[in-house]
Design a protein around this ligand. Structure first.
Ligand code: COA
Length: 439
């Protein structure tokens, strides 16, 4: 254990990973990377991380490209590297280069995943990597009058065959080549193979390792979350995107639309990005989802467990008044919640008193998601609900958060101003402050 990581930190960190381990076990991830990621200095550590994912029971399909290696082969043979649109114009001599380059990259990956030296993360690992004729290819054909020859597209993926291999614990390694039913070999675009495989398998995740940290906006800052719509807008506008991003983004967006759970774009130029993206709350790259990961909405009965998990710790430390599960079940319609990636991370409730007054109660945001503005958004939503119900004045009782409410338009008022019913229930021991806001 490093000196910087105290034993308490280590234990806390290790425990914090447990939800992901539970969540990911048995799930199918497709991880796609170009030949550059394999030729770089971080190929070895990438293999360590793939090994770790496999050890955690994640069903893995790896898809590799070999662009720089093909370029090298062509150069060595004095052949030109010709592209038309997204595809390499692949004549017979170029195809030989593709076969040589892809074959050697494939073997290199196999070797990387076969390491097992003691004192490395791969000691005791028993990974089995399998390839096979899982991809049926078809020719791109003639594009704008240009005969693309052995440049191909994916025609079909043998999803059952891949699933059978994953089912017995093997990692499936797909390359950027495929054969057609006529027995010819075609050079495919790696990102299209990844898209087709993830879609055919209805994968839970598709991860692209790219030459940038993820998708960025015009001033270079990382876009950590994109809906498919936003990703498609970015594709048409994003002149500034890196070459990998330009190629991968359309495939990422299509895969997401076709039902792949989450599509991630992360960088391969930094050690450990795969683990940090998958096992930390906020990740390090861009995640593409069909709908926004965040949702501010009224609570539903199936939110109860999530709500309990959110507010229980705050009840235990006395910040919030205790509410039983039964009470929550009865009063669920009074709550609004913030959901982030399927988890309830914030809540607030509205309790009317008489005709035109209401209590804003149980305002809470999960500690990991504070200072993202969720608290404020929840209050605004409750205010909208209150106005719609004809409420003229909101009040809140709080022991430790009065300043936060004051900054949001509430003012401290005497207890005597509370509605009579609430005044009778006022807990003198808690000595909460009473704050009110006219609507
Ligand atoms: C109060 C709470 C709901 C705020 O949630 P949030 O999503 O972080 O709120 P926002 O992002 O909208 O606002 C964050 C700002 O409020 C400030 N803030 C948070 N708690 C505060 C408090 N007790 N007093 C004063 N300011 C506070 C933060 O410092 C931050 O301000 P800054 O960015 O200028 O530094 C959250 O801290 C919480 O759940 N606290 C525990 C439960 C609680 O006290 N509930 C109120 C009783 S009903």
């Amino acid at each position: 254990m490093s000196e910087e990581l105290s034993s308490a930190d280590f234990v806390a960190w290790f425990r914090s990973v447990a939800p992901y381990v539970n969540l990911f076990r048995g799930k199918t991830f497709v991880i796609a990377f170009g030949g550059k990621a394999i030729s770089g200095p971080l190929a070895r550590t990438l293999a360590y991380d793939v090994n770790l994912l496999a050890a955690l029971g994640i069903r893995l399909v790896l898809v590799h490209g070999a662009r720089p290696q093909i370029e090298e082969e062509l150069r060595e043979k004095g052949l030109p590297s010709l592209y038309h649109g997204r595809y390499r114009i692949t004549d017979a001599p170029a195809l030989d280069c593709v076969i040589d380059a892809v074959g050697s990259v494939y073997l290199e990956i196999e070797a990387l995943l076969s390491q097992g030296l003691p004192d490395t993360p791969m000691a005791n690992s028993t990974i089995r990597v399998v390839g096979g004729n899982f991809i049926t290819a078809k020719p791109v054909g003639v594009l704008d009058g240009v005969d693309m020859q052995y440049a191909g597209q994916v025609r079909k993926i043998d999803a059952d065959g891949i699933r059978a291999q994953l089912g017995i614990g093997n990692i499936v390694l797909l390359s950027c080549m495929g054969a057609s039913p006529t027995g010819e070999i075609f050079n495919l675009a790696m990102e299209e193979v990844a898209e087709a495989a993830a879609t055919a398998l209805a994968a839970d995740k598709l991860v692209f390792l790219t030459d940038s940290q993820g998708a960025t906006d015009i001033d270079g800052s990382l876009l950590d979350e994109l809906t498919v719509d936003a990703a498609e807008r970015l594709m048409t506008l994003g002149d500034w995107l890196s070459p990998d991003l330009k190629r991968y983004l359309p495939c990422a967006a299509r895969a997401s639309r076709a039902g792949v759970g989450r599509v991630h774009l992360i960088g391969y130029n930094e050690d450990g990005t795969l683990l940090r993206e998958l096992f930390s709350r906020d990740g390090v790259g861009t995640i593409i989802t069909r709908e926004s990961l965040e949702q501010l909405r009224d609570a539903r009965p199936d939110d109860i467990s999530g709500l309990v998990a959110l507010i229980e710790p705050l009840e235990e430390d006395g910040t919030l008044v205790r509410r039983s599960r039964e009470l929550l079940e009865r009063e669920i319609s009074r709550f609004s919640v913030v959901e982030h990636d399927g988890m309830i991370v914030g809540c607030a409730a509205l309790y009317p008193y008489g005709e035109d007054q209401a209590e804003l109660a149980c305002v809470a945001v999960h500690p990991h998601y504070r200072r993202w503005g969720y608290g404020e958004q929840l209050i605004k939503r409750i205010e909208v609900r209150a106005r719609a119900a004809g409420i003229k004045r909101l009040f809140v009782l709080t022991t430790a958060t009065s300043h936060w409410f004051k900054e949001r338009g509430f003012a401290e008022r005497p207890i005597a101003e509370l509605p009579a019913e609430k005044r009778l229930m006022y807990n003198l021991q808690r000595r909460s402050k009473v704050l009110m806001k006219p609507l």
